[in-house]
Design a protein around this ligand. Structure first.
Ligand code: PLP
Length: 380
């Protein structure tokens, strides 16, 4: 029934064996830089590649500061701590996201509030956010946004740019600004994506990226925190490196810190991958164009970049008619050696978050039943 989809994908990749969802590509200076890092003996968290990788990301994204971390999840955990999220806080986010977004909130012992996404962006809905804040919160004398239901402070909001497609981040930031809520952008998937000409991750107080093996560039495992705030940047560096106070020979730590720093080995891969990022984005977008053309006559909707944005098309997706059709599509493609995956189960349906406060989630529920990710590796 979906034979034409299998044929199209096999033809694009010129292979008939198993086709994964998103494979990394290493064809530049990865081995050279990795060897240099090994030869230098600086293999852990200090070394020239860590600094170079941070500078490259900051320049590319247009943020003043970038701090490399062990992965995107640790970047998100620290980002939330930077804006003051603690055990007394609540954090608004979307239920349609990868588990790391919600986990990072829990690592701070804070509680998530799940609000709906937009169908066109797959990201947090600015309209639903505005409605929720208007109906459910007030600003106290200290200027904090208080949730009427729980009397807790809503400290932060974490919108996510799903599959690399930017959400309406400028509206979200402006709404949050008026309620004194800090925006932490989960841009784990959106390196190379722009909203109204500005790079994702650079709108909020803090943004984060992931360089996991399946992302548009990879360091094996890795993450990055970006911000324009010098104090937050200094603090990010401090608490990701065990909160060690500089001293010529003594070990002094002034708070509970984390060992979340990226290694020089990983960063060496990151520098090499960054040298080809523009090419990777171009190729991802070319693949998306081919899919767009192919799917236009079929009863599947190919997900395209939202209005006002330029997406990196990191992970391609289609929307099927209903959950039965989705399941048939998933089974057929996976049975025939083409890896496809359903979108994430909504966070509020998972055991750990089943008691979380939620808004009306009709769009997220609709998408959860229908969205499937399809082959997104590039061919060079
Ligand atoms: C939306 C989102 N947030 C956070 C992460 C966490 O990144 P990492 O896997 O590098 O910890 C990922 C990806 O893996 C992600 O897709």
């Amino acid at each position: 029934m979906y034979k034409n989809v299998i044929n199209f994908i096999q033809e694009y990749y010129q292979r008939e064996d198993f086709i994964p969802l998103h494979e990394p590509r290493f064809f530049g200076n990865e081995k050279k830089y990795l060897n240099e890092a090994i030869d230098s003996t600086y293999v852990s968290s200090v070394g020239k590649y860590v600094t170079q990788f941070e500078e490259m990301i900051a320049n590319f994204v247009g943020s003043k500061y970038a701090i490399a971390t062990s992965n995107g999840t640790s970047a998100l955990h620290i980002a939330l701590k930077l804006v003051g999220v603690d055990a007394d806080s609540e954090v608004i986010t979307q239920p349609l996201t990868f588990i790391a977004t919600a986990n990072a909130i829990s690592y701070c012992n804070a509680k998530p509030i799940f609000l709906d996404v937009d169908i066109d962006t797959l990201g947090l809905s600015a309209i639903k956010l505005k409605e929720f804040l208007k109906e459910n919160t007030y600003i106290n004398e200290d200027g904090e946004c208080i949730n009427r239901k729980t009397d807790k402070v809503i400290k932060a909001c974490v919108p996510m740019h799903t599959f690399g497609h930017p959400c309406k981040i400028d509206e979200i930031v402006s709404i949050c600004d008026s309620y004194n809520i800090a925006v932490v952008e989960d841009s784990a998937e959106s390196l190379g994506s722009y909203y109204k000409g500005k790079h994702t991750g650079s709108f909020g107080k803090v943004g984060i990226f992931s360089f996991n093996g399946n992302k548009i560039i990879t360091t094996g495992g890795g993450g990055m925190i970006v911000t324009d705030d010098e104090e937050l940047a200094k603090r990010a560096k401090h608490i990701t490196t065990t909160a060690k106070v500089p001293h010529p020979y003594e070990y002094i730590h002034d708070e509970i810190g984390y060992n979340y720093r990226l290694t020089n080995l990983s960063a060496s891969l990151g520098v090499a991958q960054m040298e080809n990022l523009e090419l990777f984005i171009r190729k991802q977008r070319e693949l998306a164009d081919k899919y767009k053309e192919f799917f236009k006559d079929l009863d599947l909707d190919f997900i395209t970049e939202p209005k006002d944005s330029k997406s990196n098309y990191w992970l391609n997706g289609v929307i099927l008619k209903d959950i039965e059709t989705r399941d048939k599509f998933l089974k057929y493609t996976n049975d025939n050696g083409v890896m496809t995956r359903s979108i994430w189960r909504l966070m509020n349906k998972l055991e750990m978050f089943k008691d979380a406060q939620c808004g009306d989630l009709s769009n997220a529920l609709w998408l959860e039943d229908r969205v499937v990710n399809i082959s997104s590796s590039i061919v060079l």
